[in-house]
Write a protein that binds this ligand. Structure first.
Ligand code: ZN
Length: 336
């Protein structure tokens, strides 16, 4: 049995042991910020033990309409790097970076990907492929952009309409994100080069396996049934890469509500094309999709994770789990 004195001694000894464990492990890590949860997971996979990642828009959060709080400015101020998606996804970012006074480099994860122009549904208004060249330019500027430069390039006189920011929904694009994250980390922390390269290579191998899995799952769905409804247009890159048609009453942002005309058009389209299933998104109000389901008889296929991960207890707490969840939901709803 411990006497009071020896108990005190034990507690003291424990305290000293705790101190002896690398006490500086956390504070020695490179502090970085990721704008939203999906990107945060990619950064964690590449950064590994050398990096402490803070995410601004958390699980099930909607980055389109996010309103930064003073606490977010503090996180950005303390960061050495800020990872963002770009392509207009984080409209609030430039102001936040400026307000924070941070010296952090802003790394645009979509640099080098081929952006999709959001195609308007009205005939004659679809954006031509010429637009892509301009967007590529844009991405290059973003590369070096800190707050001020960024804003200057945002409205450069071209009216090229909204660009679809949801590039992570293509796994090929996620590999580009990983390469950009790796390069950003190496530039900020050259001593970690070998580790970042090894982490990025190992994670990219997992993404290769994931991509094969998604392609095989889509191939197993009868072609005529590869068409679904979601509430906002977040799956353009997924649809393009894997051959599934996504139709959404709301545009590529959740900022504007779907118009009655858009909803009526989609209801007609579902009936005419016998679209088998509609899906709820984790970041969107499910009521619109439920109403469309009731009016058309298309079944609700489950929840797709579009712009944010789930929390740790959910089915999509990492990028890989998110993609696997989505393809499981699609397969289950469309296969039979
Ligand atoms: Zn979105």
């Amino acid at each position: 049995m411990l006497t009071r004195r020896s108990l005190a001694g034990a507690v003291l000894a424990l305290g000293l042991t705790a101190l002896a464990v690398p006490a500086n492990a956390q504070q020695d890590k490179l502090p970085v910020v990721a704008s939203f949860s999906i990107l945060g997971d990619l950064v964690k996979n590449v950064g590994g033990d050398r990096v402490a990642v803070t995410t601004l828009v958390g699980p099930d959060g909607d980055a389109h309409v996010f309103q930064p709080a003073p606490a977010d400015a503090k996180k950005v101020a303390a960061a050495k790097l800020v990872f963002v998606n770009g392509l207009g996804f984080e409209g609030w970012l430039d102001r936040l970076v400026k307000a924070s006074g941070t010296k952090a480099e802003v790394v645009v994860a979509t640099t080098g990907i081929k952006p999709l122009a959001f195609e308007e549904e009205e005939e004659g208004h679809a954006h031509g492929h010429d637009d892509h060249a301009k967007h590529d330019d844009h991405a290059k500027h973003d590369d070096h952009a800190k707050g001020e430069d960024h804003a200057a390039h945002d409205h450069d006189g071209h009216d090229h309409g909204p660009t679809d920011p949801h590039a992570w929904q293509s796994i090929a694009n996620a590999k580009v994100y990983v390469a950009n994250i790796r390069d950003g980390l190496i530039a900020a922390d050259p001593a970690g080069k070998a580790e970042y390269e090894a982490n990025a290579a190992a994670y990219t191998a997992k993404l290769d396996a994931l991509e094969a899995q998604v392609k095989a799952a889509v191939a197993a769905i009868p072609e005529a049934r590869r068409r679904i409804i979601t509430s906002h247009d977040a799956f353009g890159y997924f649809g393009n890469a894997y051959g599934v048609a996504f139709i959404a009453p709301q545009g590529v942002s959740t900022e504007a509500e779907a118009s009655a005309k858009d909803v009526a058009r989609i209801i007609r389209q579902i009936k005419a094309e016998k679209v088998p299933a509609v899906f709820v998104e984790n970041i969107s109000d499910p009521r619109l999709v439920k109403r469309i389901s009731q009016e058309t008889g298309a079944k609700i296929g489950g929840t797709l994770y579009s712009d944010a991960l789930s929390d740790d207890k959910g089915p999509a707490s990492t990028y890989i789990d998110m993609m696997q969840n989505n393809i499981r939901q699609l397969s289950a709803a469309l296969s039979s």
